[in-house]
Design a protein around this ligand. Structure first.
Ligand SMILES: Nc1nc2c(ncn2[C@@H]2O[C@H](COP(=O)(O)OP(=O)(O)OP(=O)(O)O)[C@@H](O)[C@H]2O)c(=O)[nH]1
Ligand SMILES: [Mg+2]
Length: 647
């Protein structure tokens, strides 16, 4: 367990930690000279229940940011107030900070009891009132004196009885770094609270936000050498990495698993403004943001309210000046632009929010749904809203879900993975039904068309699933035989494109005309005249016949019968086969088809585009492996032509 001190400057925090542990946490020469704590101090004491760790924080108003870095990782507060002084400004501010950080267990030490024993009852009453007003739970109040030793043993027992707060032992490891130093013989050491997961010697982790890879060479947990540290312990890691040095590490960095390395400059959070704030929070007001051990300037904008008045709670967008490492449910505290007052705080709801559309009705509903205490509940709630899915990678990362936890959350939500999305199982089924229903409706309204292309389908579908998600849905339907695919077209297995009786009559006429001179078919205009149709209508009809697989538009308004294209492909292959070079020339092809140079070249260029012929100067090589494109099947014993001669 880790205990953090809190309380006004000079009220006896460091003296009390020394009385409890024998350790003077004020290490710096300047601290000794000035008699105040400037930086975080650390002390440990052994108890029958293991090692108790202390983080001793400064009380001076100028060092509240340091107090915040220390307090973010603690289990319980040793909340100090000197009886000769009573409740003072930082007594109040630290009370707010404890409340905002969610540290709801602690002991109030009424220090310097030797100096003013008569005031114990009065200061105790003040503190009860302060806790109640702040929204902190009632805490035991014990008079103590670090000078006479009064109450110290009672205090120690009371602290031990508090017990640690629940921690996320199952997540990927995240260590909030509050100190870095080099140790002779060992090298770089970083210390901090392990807020999630486990760390073992030899683990490969990352310094985040810098994104530097590192290996754990050795570790201390609660001040003892260990092979493994677990969430809730204060940990010192001896780390090595190619680009790692003391200067690369800043207080507030994280040492974490690469899967949760995702520095962010935007956070959506639920924020409460303190009731004793004098003014409402302006939109885009600059603030100091404290998260974990980190501290960064940010702007805050209310999302589901126009303004945030004193005591109000709202969803807000925080836009940071520098990236920080943050995940869902991380606590945050805000101080004013001049860093003189704590103004509010809250909890991260979405560490990776979209840049645009932050205030749309849909987005606000999603945020409210995501604002749940556990990952499975948040997921169930958000998947019940439009569009019915969320990005899997960011959700898994935001909620620190290693594979085992991932599986558990998917089961509990419940949810399924569809390509890169998470969806409720019901949504997936509804989307599958939607695809089938849309195809059926399309076939009914356009019986002469082969089906729908996936892109058309996607644009028509509710919420527009991503390309990859739709592909995953389509593939599942194809595997089950519920739909079929012809080239780019999706269709129901029962569907075959058919023509209306009138169109069927036109088709017969067209087919006859084209077949009459199959290597040089009439152009669209001539066909339109012959059938007494407007040219545009004939063109649409011919395109439709192409989609049905009966015609192929080799060049604009130059439609050939499909089987003729296959026949010409076969002829080209045969011609190539009969030459020494294994290639076919436009002249030879024209002579064989007797259709004139222009049309012959149009056909060959069509074959080029289809990848069936490869042009080399004035000649063309035929790729026999592509003959199947037009339905030509090479017959057994037909000799060899094309490609392999040259290979
Ligand atoms: N008489 C008496 N003096 C005390 C007691 N506790 C602390 N002091 C004195 O009060 C002064 C401040 O004590 P610290 O422990 O440094 O106070 P602090 O709360 O750590 O101060 P900051 O860290 O600067 O906020 C020192 O001179 C201590 O000797 C006590 O129980 N009785
Ligand atoms: Mg101190």
């Amino acid at each position: 367990m880790i205990i953090g001190t809190a309380g006004h400057v000079d009220h006896g925090k460091t003296a009390l930690v020394k009385a409890l542990t024998g350790i003077d946490a004020d290490r710096l020469a300047e601290e000794k000279r000035r008699g105040i704590t400037i930086d975080l101090g650390y002390a440990y004491t052994d108890t029958p229940n293991g090692t108790l760790g202390f983080v001793d924080v400064p009380g001076h108003e100028r060092f509240v940011h340091t107090m915040l870095a220390g307090a973010s990782g603690i289990d319980a507060a040793l909340f100090v107030v000197a009886v000769n002084d009573g409740v003072m400004p930082q007594t109040r501010e630290h009370a707010h900070i404890l409340r905002l950080l969610g540290i709801d267990r602690g002991i109030v030490a009424l220090t310097k009891a030797d100096l003013a024993p008569a005031r114990v009852a009065e200061v105790s009453t003040q503190m009860h009132a302060l806790l109640a007003k702040t929204g902190l739970p009632a805490m035991p109040m014990l008079p103590v004196s670090s000078v006479t030793g009064e109450g110290i043993e009672t205090l120690r027992a009371a602290l031990l009885a508090l017990g640690p707060r629940p921690r996320d032992g199952e997540g990927h490891p995240r260590l909030a770094v509050d100190r870095a130093f080099t140790l002779a013989g060992a090298g770089l050491v970083v210390t901090g609270t392990l807020v999630a997961g486990r760390v073992r010697v030899d683990d490969r982790l990352m310094l985040s936000p810098p994104g530097l890879e590192l290996r754990v060479r050795g570790l201390h947990a609660q001040n003892r050498q260990a092979g493994e540290a677990v969430a809730g312990q204060r940990v010192a890691l001896n780390i090595v990495g190619p680009r790692l040095s003391k200067d690369a590490v800043t207080r507030g960095d994280w040492v974490l698993h690469p899967d949760v390395h995702a520095p962010t400059v935007r956070l959506d959070a639920r924020l409460r403004l303190l009731a004793d704030e004098a003014r409402a929070l302006r939109a885009d007001a600059p603030v100091h943001l404290h998260l974990g051990a980190a501290h960064v300037m940010a702007r805050v904008a209310p999302l589901d309210a126009e303004r945030l008045g004193p005591g109000d709670e709202a969803l807000v967008r925080l836009t940071l000046v520098h990236p920080v490492g943050a995940l869902a449910r991380d606590r945050l505290v805000l101080r004013d632009a001049t860093a003189t007052r704590t103004i509010g705080g809250g909890v991260v709801v979405d560490p990776f929010p979209p840049r645009r559309g932050r205030r749309t009705v849909e987005r606000l509903a999603q945020l409210a749904a995501l604002d749940a205490p556990d990952a499975a509940t948040a997921l169930r709630q958000v998947l019940a809203l439009p569009p019915g899915w969320t990005d899997a990678a960011s959700y898994v990362r935001a909620h620190n879900m290693p594979p085992a936890r991932h599986a558990e959350v998917m089961r509990d939500a419940p949810a399924v993975v569809v390509a890169e999305l998470l969806m409720a199982p019901g949504t997936l089924e509804a989307l599958r039904r939607d695809v089938v229903e849309r195809l059926a409706a399309h076939h009914a309204s356009a019986p002469d068309q082969p089906g729908l292309q996936p892109q058309r389908l996607r644009l028509a579908m509710p919420g527009r699933p991503s390309q990859t998600a739709l592909r995953a849905i389509i593939e599942a339907l194809l595997r089950r035989g519920l739909i079929e695919q012809d080239g780019p077209w999706l269709r129901l297995p029962t569907h075959r494109a058919v023509l209306s009786p009138r169109d069927e009559r036109i088709w017969q006429q067209v087919e006859e005309l084209i077949a009459a001179d199959r290597f040089r078919p009439p152009r669209t205009r001539d066909l339109a005249q012959a059938a007494a149709l407007p040219e545009a209508a004939m063109r649409a009809m011919l395109k439709r016949l192409q989609r049905m697989g009966r015609l192929i538009e080799v060049a604009p308004d130059q439609f050939f019968l499909s089987e003729t294209v296959a026949e010409m492909a076969e002829l080209a292959a045969a011609l190539a086969n009969d030459t020494a070079s294994g290639t076919v020339t436009a002249a030879a092809f024209r002579d064989r088809l007797a259709n004139g140079r222009k049309v012959a070249i149009q056909i060959l260029e069509f074959f080029d585009r289809a990848g069936m012929t490869v042009r080399i100067g004035d000649e063309r090589r035929v790729r026999t492996d592509r003959l199947g494109l037009f339905g030509v099947v090479r017959k057994e014993g037909n000799g060899s032509h094309g490609d392999h001669r040259r290979s």
